[in-house]
Write a new protein. Structure first.
Length: 27
C-alpha cells in the first residue's frame, strides 16, 4: 500500500512538472 502511494506521488510530481514545462514553452 505504501509503495502505491509513493508511486502516485511521483506520478503527480511528474504531472506538475510537465504542466509547468508546457506553460513556459507556450510563453
Amino acid at each position: 500500500m505504501k509503495k502505491k502511494i509513493l508511486a502516485l506521488k511521483k506520478k503527480n510530481l511528474n504531472y506538475k512538472i510537465n504542466i509547468s514545462y508546457n506553460l513556459t514553452r507556450i510563453k
